[in-house]
Design a protein around this ligand. Sequence first.
Ligand SMILES: [Zn+2]
Length: 402
Amino acid sequence: MSTNAVDSKTAGVRNERLVIELLRSEGGLSQAEICENIGLGSSTISYIVGRLREKSLIVERPGQSSKRGAKPILIDINPAGQFIVGTEINPSYILTGLFDFRSELVDQIKVSLDSGHSVENVVHLLEVNIKGLLSKNDISQDKLTGVGMTLSGSISSKGVVQLSSPMGWKNVPLKELLRQKFDCSVNIYTTKVRLLAEMNTQPVLSSKNIVYLNVGNGVGTTVIIDGRLIHGSTNRCGELGHIVIDSNGPVCGCGRRGCLEAHISGPAIAKKIKEDLAAGTSSILSESLTEQDASEDTAEKWKQAIADSDEYAIRLCEFVADKLSRAAAIAINLYDPDMFILAGYISMVCSEYFIERIKNRFETDVYDEPSRNIEVITARSGQQALIRGVAVAVLQEQLKLE
Ligand SMILES: [Zn+2]
């Protein structure tokens, strides 16, 4: 093939992706509007639309015309044109979501990992779950164009899980193992993809400088500056979870003492509640909590206890707000964002109080705070944040313009 032929093929793929991107964000456009938006001639757009029609990636319907004459044909993304799978692997469960070409969740399956964390077991469950979801929804495997996974840990660009302490994995070639099971692209992501889900849910965020703090099993931070995800030299940019808040505090998973994570992560709070109750603190939580409760259950019961005006439950909010707001102020001084997003249990348990305390702390601890305009909001992408974020990352990868 001549260089020119390669160039024109690349340009063709690029133009096709541009049209798909446009239709995914706008939708319902006539060919003339597509030409205008992309700046290509009508014959080129006609050709691209024809190719997308052949691949069943678009649907067409008559639109409304304000003037007399033929109604324009409006072109839209065909949600059933392609499907993507996004999976969250964590020590308690595997959550797998099937997403359509619009990134809408079609169906999901959650299985517990009581059967063990061995790589063989997890890969087997992933294969069974994904193929099961496809067949349950009558979707053939050739419609599946991408599979993405996320888990807590450090992940190489080749999809090797170098270290995942929660899963007890070291140097696991997860991408390669899964590629043997699926005839489509496979990618492994860090949990930073959460923020992509948030941006997908709240498109207004796409132009912001954002610090996104997720408090779940650990404390993770994602930073977007000038619209770009910041990784750092070892992928650890924004490790707010390991800022030492109190050097006499509890021992952290990282081996040091008093990190933010050791104070306010879900498991840290669950542990603190147990210890406080065992030491004789009076609270209605002593009746509702059980040994089997995961940290998510504890957060739910804590929230209920606050609603019931339990004094201890309210004091616990003050404890978290104090640590959280100190870390938030440090993040503002470091990254200069215009938006701070709270995610995880802190977005579900007394979030308004946390937001108020964070804003108060900004007034005292943030340099030149009056001249800044920092919004503090809670995440909206909910329980599906990780699988949705993975699905968005997979699609972005597929539509990437070289
Ligand atoms: Zn730590």
